[in-house]
Design a protein around this ligand. Structure first.
Ligand code: DHE
Length: 692
């Protein structure tokens, strides 16, 4: 008689023996020890088994067949744990005191560090990840049920067609409205922290994008312990290890885990009227300089995000001196330049937009406005041609919450027009209440912005020639659009649909979709890198968050039609977690980071690939002894590469610096020290001219 048949009846007799589990719990009940005599196997219902896995939070860290949502990658895959445990016991590799598979599994749950298996999905398994308190969260019956079930694997695995345990609707037995309770203080803290740390990837309404959805139907089955484990330890697909980094305590990860099991609180809307009320014209046009007041080469300025200081530093690329430090928005994100290069537009995650005049002797903010509560992108109007001259005329800010974009006067930031991006997804046509605005790029072919609407997967071409009769063309691409840039001719725009593992390509001359290309796991190009491959001709490259590779796509349909819009080359990197890649037309190298790799050494390592031999990396090295190496930018003449060493604002001596390399020799030239969490750096000339 097959075990799964017994499950269907709700009662099962398991006879098998058991291995290592990685479940965790926090709320103590009766402590259990290996000394206690336990029944060898149990009679238990599927409801009890489901409850047991949920209480232990096992699915957050492990793959467990038949258990809904158990696809965790922090601990070992338990698909065949019964058999694996038996082999381990027989091989002599095991060093604990268990004699049977069941004892082995029981020990793994009650004393997780008694025996550490060598390999976890992300690298070597380490002690202390699976808490010893797990067993305290489980009743004796629950523990027995887990042990018995795991011991039966793989033969005893529940089938997909089996009982509710193996369905895709895990919330069936746990109603979504039964989230754990929090005190008002805990709730307020979690709400704010979620906005600051989590909403960027998971969405304000928690419907998911760069990170998975965190609605109660998904989170309740994982349980407080399981969610807290993920928040604490991170995941190999790019979720930061908030606990291990020391940013959240164990207690705080548990409060956040409870918050996530409740319905997300509805955030407020933000109207054009509110925007206008927030608008400050600090230096009117007539009081601004009519010619550069500085003798410095302002076109070689770098505007550097000092993320956690809420500031940008304006650094002279020639002398490496900090010319000015300017207050901008909270957790400042990116800067773009006006078409003439004179103005810098800095957007903070809080939606505050600052306009900086780089012609001033000491650049300062000349206008401010709040565009929304949560923003990531800003761009300017760059078009000059038969359809008019729009250089420096408009700016556009793209928001995560509310999901909209705003068109503003380019010289004063007066808000002119607001457009919601709420609509229907490209694949199934479902209504999405929070389609966030990701990258925005200005076309050189038409008076248009390319506005990438993340969750719906639509690329909107917004024609700004007539704001009163706004024309928007919607191009069907792929869901989870995030970041991207142009090819070397600026005719084509390539954007990562990150969780779809695809790159969407648009022809900006004809305003049509060219292709959607499959790439590796979670592409993250920044704006990408354009260069000429010795074998395949002009290509645009992206690295990935989810795998250690750079993929290059042919971009020359005229000269190399056989390679156009195909991945023609994959270059391996030593690790995943890449955020940015960069090159320059004059350079013989392609530079790439691995900033979000969970190994601290790789996180501060950068690699270069030689354009002459792109089959492998030429050289990789650590740029410092702490922090993460992130984002690369060339100086105006393409002879230097600036890399940020992203430290921690509260660690004196390790807050961050910029390391400058000679691009010809790859030798270090200079360090600009004592910066607070430098991340993105935007060279005026290269940003204006889309050189990357
Ligand atoms: Fe970014 C670009 C969104 C986290 C540094 N980032 C972008 C873009 C988007 C985006 C949509 C493209 C803007 C454009 O071209 O118009 N970023 C997000 C997020 O949603 C995410 C994943 C999570 C969040 O909560 O914000 C996120 N980003 C980060 C960081 O943690 C980084 C590394 C550090 C920081 O300063 O915040 C970071 N993002 C950057 C940088 C760019 C960027 C430096 C511009 C790259 C370029 O060369 O153009």
């Amino acid at each position: 008689m097959k075990v799964r048949h017994l499950y269907r009846k709700g009662l099962v007799l398991l006879l098998l023996a058991l291995i290592l589990v990685g479940c965790r719990g926090t709320e103590p009940s009766a402590p259990q020890t290996t000394q206690e005599a336990e029944p060898p196997a149990g009679l238990y219902s599927q409801e009890l088994l489901l409850q047991a896995f949920q209480t232990g939070g096992c699915s957050a860290c492990h793959v467990i067949p038949g258990v809904p949502g158990a696809v965790g990658t922090i601990g070992p895959d338990l698909s065949e744990i019964g058999r694996v445990a038996r082999t381990r016991l027989e091989s002599g590799e095991y060093r604990g005191s268990a004699r049977t598979v069941e004892e082995y599994l029981r020990e793994a749950i009650q004393q997780p560090d008694a025996f550490i298996v060598p390999q976890c999905p992300t690298g070597p398994c380490t002690p202390g990840v699976m808490p010893a308190t797990l067993a305290q969260a489980l009743s004796r019956e629950e523990l027995n049920a887990i042990v018995s079930y795991l011991a039966s694997l793989p033969e005893g695995a529940l089938s997909a067609e089996g009982a509710s345990l193996s369905t895709e609707t895990p919330s069936a037995s746990v109603p979504a409205d039964e989230g754990p309770t929090l005190t008002p203080e805990e709730f307020a803290w979690a709400k704010q922290t979620y906005f600051e740390r989590c909403a960027g990837c998971h969405g304000t309404l928690r419907k998911g994008a760069t990170g998975p959805a965190l609605t109660p139907d998904k989170t309740v089955p994982k349980g407080t312990a399981g969610l807290a484990a993920i928040i604490f330890n991170g995941t190999p697909r790019g979720m930061p290890d908030w606990g291990k980094q020391g940013i959240l305590s164990q207690e705080q990860t548990e409060i956040m885990a409870k918050f996530l099991q409740n319905e997300p609180p509805a955030p407020p809307e933000f109207s054009l009227v509110q925007m206008k009320e927030s608008w400050q014209l600090i230096v009117p046009l007539e009081q601004r300089p009519t010619a550069p007041q500085t003798a410095r080469n302002w076109q070689n300025y770098f505007v550097v995000t000092l993320r956690d200081a809420g500031k940008v530093a304006i650094i002279d690329g020639d002398t490496k001196e900090i010319v000015s430090e300017v207050e901008s928005g909270y957790a400042v994100h990116i800067t773009r330049m006006s078409a003439t290069g004179r103005y810098a537009y800095v957007i903070g995650r809080d939606g505050r937009l600052a306009l900086i005049d780089l012609w001033m002797e000491k650049p300062q903010v000349v206008a401010r406005v709040q565009t929304c509560y949560d923003a990531r992108s800003v761009e300017v109007s760059k078009y000059e041609g038969p359809e008019g001259n729009f250089r420096d005329k408009y700016a556009i800010a793209g928001c995560y919450w509310p999901p909209h974009f705003v068109i503003l006067d380019g010289l004063t930031l007066e808000p002119l027009k607001i457009v919601s991006t709420r609509s229907y997804t490209v694949d199934t046509g479902e209504y999405h209440p929070e389609p966030r605005v990701a990258a925005i790029v200005a076309s050189h072919f038409h008076p248009e912005w390319i506005v990438n609407v993340k969750e719906t997967g639509l690329i909107w071409l917004v024609n700004y020639a007539d704001l009163k009769n706004l024309i928007i063309k919607q191009i069907e691409a792929s869901k989870f659009l995030h970041d991207g840039g142009m090819d070397a001719t600026h005719r084509y725009f390539l954007v990562a649909a990150n969780q779809s593992n695809q790159i969407g390509i648009v022809d900006l001359q004809t305003d049509t979709l060219v292709s959607i290309v499959d790439v590796g796991k979670v592409p993250h190009p920044g704006r990408g890198a354009n260069w000429s491959d010795p074998e395949f001709g002009p290509v645009w490259s992206t690295p990935h968050l989810g795998e250690g590779s750079v993929m290059s796509i042919g971009t020359d349909p005229q000269g190399h039609p056989e390679h156009a819009w195909k991945v023609v080359r994959t270059t391996s990197l030593p690790g995943s977690g890449s955020l940015f890649i960069k090159t320059h037309p004059k350079s013989k190298w392609i530079w790439v980071d691995m900033a979000l790799n969970s190994d601290p050494v790789l996180a501060r390592t950068i690699c270069v690939i030689a354009k002459a031999d792109p089959s492998r990396t030429y050289k990789c090295w650590e740029i410092g002894t702490y922090g993460r190496a992130v984002h690369l930018e060339y100086n105006q003449d393409g002879t230097e590469v600036w890399v940020s060493l992203w430290g921690a604002a509260d660690k004196p001596g390790e807050t961050g610096e910029i390391v400058i390399y000679d691009d010809a020799t790859l030798e270090e030239k200079a360090r600009i020290k004592g910066l607070i969490t430098p991340t993105g750096k935007f060279n005026v000339y290269n940003t204006v001219n889309d050189i990357y």
